[in-house]
Design a protein around this ligand. Structure first.
Ligand SMILES: [Fe+2]
Length: 422
């Protein structure tokens, strides 16, 4: 038996019968496999850049988390599926041992996908045995760990999709990751007007409370709940759409250094950015069409003028805001605005870059034990995104949820909501 990597923490004390959590565990784990199912074994093995991971690695890593955080510490006599996997599938937990270098995850042709599926089944069975058999005292330790593990698994469900989308975007064939569904023809069939007026809503000003509240699950970075002072501001009622972003491009947005932060302009210059990464210019040889198109999980589609712009970096979001004579909201303005009547597209389309650095809240205390590495050690050099995206699992996000990426990241479902001083 190993010591528990997590001491009991009331932030992840989500009470409920064991059967409820057991059922939830089954559903979340099955959903991970369902997301992966349309992709071939070859698709699931590749890694297109150091920031991304192969889908197969994500499938294994979710199991690794349950194995080292829950089973190894709390299931007497637990036999690891393969102890070498502790090394292969540890992500960044220094306290849990050495690990395979992240940029080299795509070299792991072995274990095979079938072996990773067997690993998942082994862990699933052990977790269900633990839930059914542990005594009430152990359950009080196990329940919050399992809960954390499920939220962790859901985070990787989204990363599986963003990472495979990036990998497929690197393929000159621009293959579709998923078969087209009825709703996926929305762009082609849209007959709505190509623009919708943007309305500016007054955000709550003065002293407001932010951070996680209530008895539900929250990550440590959402706490403690605390007061912030907001100057009067207005916030856009919807996201910036592709038609608007195209105007920015056509107005020379990527050629005008006065719109860009210094680091952002350097990124434009160094990388040759001139449009969002998955946009396909009308004269692009990969899929010539005479009009703008966008690559996504359903393959190449006509640019939908009313769809939110996505996969833009913080630098692009900030430059667009400058061009639009606006700014990005702070994370606290964004959170307070969740309660404003008439605000839309907060969680279901794209994560929204904020002008807030990813910092600890006053009085921040990481989860105890090894999972104290979950969030706190990344609180430097990154920007907070709020909301949620079309790739975020249902029920995973909430108003206090803090996503975070470096300012140059442009492979997530990340977009733009504008704000202005009142
Ligand atoms: Fe992870």
């Amino acid at each position: 038996m190993f010591p528990s990597p997590l001491t009991a923490d009331r932030r992840i004390q989500v009470n409920g019968p064991r059967e409820v959590l057991a059922q939830r565990f089954s559903e979340v784990r099955a959903h991970t496999l369902a997301l992966a199912a349309p992709f071939s074994a070859e698709d699931q093995c590749i890694q297109s850049m150091p920031d991304t991971s192969p889908m197969k690695w994500h499938l294994a890593h979710g199991s690794w988390f349950f194995e080292v955080v829950v089973l190894r510490a709390h299931l007497p006599g637990y036999q690891a599926f393969d102890e070498r996997f502790f090394y292969l599938f540890n992500s960044y937990y220094e306290a849990l041992g050495p690990r395979h270098p992240r940029p080299l995850r795509g070299l792991l042709t072995r274990p095979t996908l079938a072996q990773v599926h067997a690993y998942r089944a082994h862990v699933d069975a052990a977790v269900q045995n633990l839930v059914a058999a542990c005594d009430d005292s152990a359950w009080r330790e196990v329940m919050p760990l399992l809960t954390l593990g499920l939220h962790h698994e859901q985070q990787h469900q989204e990363l599986m999709l963003t990472d495979i989308l990036h990998a497929l975007s690197c393929n000159p064939l621009l293959p579709a990751g998923r078969p087209a569904s009825g709703s996926s023809h929305r762009a082609a069939l849209r007959v709505a007007p190509a623009s919708v007026p943007l309305r500016w809503l007054a955000g709550p000003a003065g002293t407001v409370l932010v951070g996680h509240d209530g008895d539900g699950f929250a990550f440590d970075n959402e706490t403690p709940r605390h007061e912030v002072l907001l100057a009067p501001y207005r916030i856009a009622d919807r996201l910036v759409n592709c038609a608007e972003y195209l105007q920015f491009i056509e107005d020379g947005g990527y050629r005008r250094p006065e719109l860009w932060l210094s680091d952002g302009w350097a990124a434009v210059q160094a990388n040759g950015w001139d449009h969002p990464p998955y946009w396909i210019a009308p004269d692009d040889d990969r899929a010539p069409a005479g009009h703008w198109q966008v690559f996504g999980l359903h393959g190449v589609r006509a640019l939908d003028p009313l769809a939110p712009v996505s996969q833009v970096s913080f630098y692009e979001a900030a430059a667009y805001a400058e061009w639009a004579q606006a700014r990005l909201p702070t994370e606290f303005e964004w959170e307070a605005a969740c309660a404003v009547p008439g605000i839309t597209e907060m969680t279901e389309q794209v994560w929204q870059w904020t002008r807030s650095s990813y910092d600890p809240y006053p009085g921040f205390r990481p989860f105890g034990g090894a999972v104290g590495e979950y969030n706190g050690k990344f609180m430097v050099g990154q920007l907070v995104l709020r909301g949620g995206s079309s790739a975020t699992p249902a029920g995973h996000t909430r108003p206090s949820y803090r996503n975070f990426f470096p300012p140059g990241a442009r492979w997530q479902f990340s977009g733009i909501r504008l704000a202005r001083d009142a």
